[in-house]
Design a protein around this ligand. Structure first.
Ligand code: IPM
Ligand code: MG
Length: 371
């Protein structure tokens, strides 16, 4: 019997291709795992009205963790148009399966390292080494939204004087998305950031929000950060606003180290950080809970490149490295990262985003041979 059971979730679009690449490398590493395929993605939305079928969620329970490729994700109305006609009017609503996985499995911490590997022609500056800790289940992406707005919700909100200006609209002409944050959620993400900073000797932790405008939720985040920071007297805590932080990351990326943020701000800032080190082709992520984790490249399914085996698999390969580390297979994780770094440094094999012509599996092959 294999040592690990890994849920294998290619998804759709280029997700399938980058996962094939990751598998070549895991096999070459002789990672002792059994891989169990799970249905997830656009196809299952259109055919079954559920992009994350229950059988997949069930299957995950019997695995150590999952590696996930990519999925097509569309706004509700566009998604509804692609649903099998036989399923329309049956009340199916599209939800992003990765967001559902994060929430249903309580994968509260989204860790997104962004490192400028030497020799990457796409580096914005050399030596950038940032990690975003994004709260992964609450906040603006918590999914508590209304349209049309139910009367009871409207009435309840009317305790707030600022609601007066919305009274002139019909409930159908209003939409509400909430940003609900808990002390536990804020403290937990800040804790993960500081613990990591301590364990790996990082220079600072920067909490990014917007407490001057989002006074209550932003305030809770900042207060939580200050409280937690007291336990780490050697690690400075910096507090910044999301807008200014975006500017400073472009201006002085070297000034920052660990960044920690609420769900939506973490989503935004992690794409910015990814671009500083070569873009989404290099951006790996771990959605981590107390006992389970799902690792994934942060890029989407890139429909226009589907079937071309063209996209850069490094984001997925580095996600596999995060998976190895999380499982405690750190020696294999290091070998994998060293091989990626060596291929980037040599500059002989480059995918299209790096200005080269290597295909997805050629890049994977080159990394596998370096191991
Ligand atoms: C990400 C993505 C997702 C998110 C989408 C696909 C729902 O942008 O992982 O960053 O917003 O969380
Ligand atoms: Mg994103």
């Amino acid at each position: 019997m294999a040592k690990y059971r890994i849920a294998w979730l290619p998804g759709d679009g280029v997700g399938v291709e980058v996962m094939e690449a990751a598998r070549m490398i895991l096999d070459k590493l002789e990672f002792d795992a059994e891989y169990i395929h799970g249905d997830i993605g656009w196809e299952f939305w259109t055919k079954e009205g559920n992009a994350l079928p229950d059988r997949t969620l069930e299957m995950l329970k019997d695995t150590n963790c999952a590696l996930f490729g990519a999925i097509t994700s569309k706004p509700k109305d566009e998604a509804a148009k692609e649903l099998d006609p036989a399923l329309r009017e049956k009340g199916y609503t599209y939800f992003s399966p990765i967001v559902r996985l994060r929430q249903e499995l309580n994968l509260h911490t989204n860790m997104r390292p962004c490192k400028a590997y030497k020799g990457n022609p796409l580096n914005y500056q050399n030596d950038i080494d940032l990690i975003v800790f994004r709260e992964n289940t609450e906040g603006m992406y918590g999914g508590v939204e209304f349209h049309p707005v139910p009367q009871t919700v409207f009435d309840a909100l009317c305790v707030h004087p600022k609601m007066k200006k919305f009274g002139e609209h019909s409930l159908d002409d209003l939409a509400i998305s909430t940003r609900i944050m808990s002390r536990k959620g804020c403290e937990s993400i800040v804790y993960q950031a500081f613990q990591f900073a301590k364990e790996f000797n990082r220079r600072s932790v920067t909490v990014v929000d917007k407490p001057n405008v989002l006074r209550e939720t932003g305030g809770l985040m900042i207060r939580s950060a200050r409280k937690l920071a007291e336990n780490y007297p050697d690690i400075p805590l910096w507090e910044t606003n999301i807008d200014a932080q975006c500017m400073w990351l472009v201006k002085n990326p070297m000034d920052y180290d660990i960044l920690v943020a609420e769900n939506m701000f973490g989503d935004i800032i992690s794409d910015l950080c990814a671009q500083l080190v070569g873009g989404l082709g290099f951006a790996c992520a771990g959605n981590i809970g107390d006992n389970y984790a799902v690792f994934e490249p942060t890029h989407g399914s890139a429909p226009k490149y589907t079937g071309m085996y063209k996209v850069n698999p490094i984001a997925t390969v580095l996600s596999a490295k995060m998976m190895l580390d999380w499982l405690g297979e750190t020696e294999k994780g290091k070998r994998l990262e060293d091989a990626v770094a060596a291929i980037i440094a040599e500059g002989k094999v480059r995918t299209y985003d790096m200005g080269g012509s290597a295909k997805t599996l050629e890049m994977a092959q080159a990394i596998a041979e370096k191991l």
